[in-house]
Design a protein around this ligand. Structure first.
Ligand code: SF4
Ligand code: SF4
Length: 149
């Protein structure tokens, strides 16, 4: 990385993860308990290079998982209550993934809460791009709800 503001941006990014968490959590609590194909599998719970760069900027050691698990095994961070680590510690894909039922639930939460979530989510994406010095893509910047289960 070559960004002199790296520590400050990393802290702002952590706050941005914390800002979007309650809204996402509210809706995962509504839809995930009845899910027939849970997305929290081992391959989704592995941190990639960019996740590690962000956590390192916070001087935080990446949470360890067993890397010998099969990709489709349940994620090692998953327990009976859901994900056992805070959102900012998770791989980024765990925050930008929205299956259709989750997306529908969120969109049903009309008004200020939804608008504030969208604003917070876009700020999160932009901060992450700034920290990681990666170019914005239309998909990431303007269409946060892009991945299908
Ligand atoms: S986010 Fe969607 S795919 Fe993942 S566990 Fe919840 S309902 Fe299932
Ligand atoms: S949200 Fe948590 S339990 Fe689910 S894949 Fe990500 S790290 Fe694993």
């Amino acid at each position: 990385m070559n960004n002199n503001n790296e520590p400050q941006i990393a802290h702002e990014l952590r706050e941005a993860f914390e800002a979007v968490d309650p809204f996402i959590q509210k809706h995962t609590a509504l839809v995930c308990p009845s899910c027939k194909k849970v997305c929290c599998i081992a391959k989704h719970g592995r941190h990639d290079e960019k996740d590690i760069t962000f956590l390192s900027a916070l001087k935080f050691e990446t949470p360890c998982l067993k890397f010998d698990s099969n990709d489709t095994d349940p994620c090692g961070f998953l327990n009976a209550e859901g994900c056992s680590i805070e959102r900012w510690m998770r791989p980024f894909r765990c925050t930008w993934f929205f299956c259709d039922p989750l997306l529908e639930s969120m969109k049903g939460d009309k008004g200020r809460a939804y608008r504030r979530f969208i604003e917070s989510f876009q700020r999160l994406v932009l901060l992450r791009q700034e920290l990681l010095n990666t170019p914005a893509t239309d998909k990431q910047q303007f269409k946060p709800f892009i991945r299908k289960a």
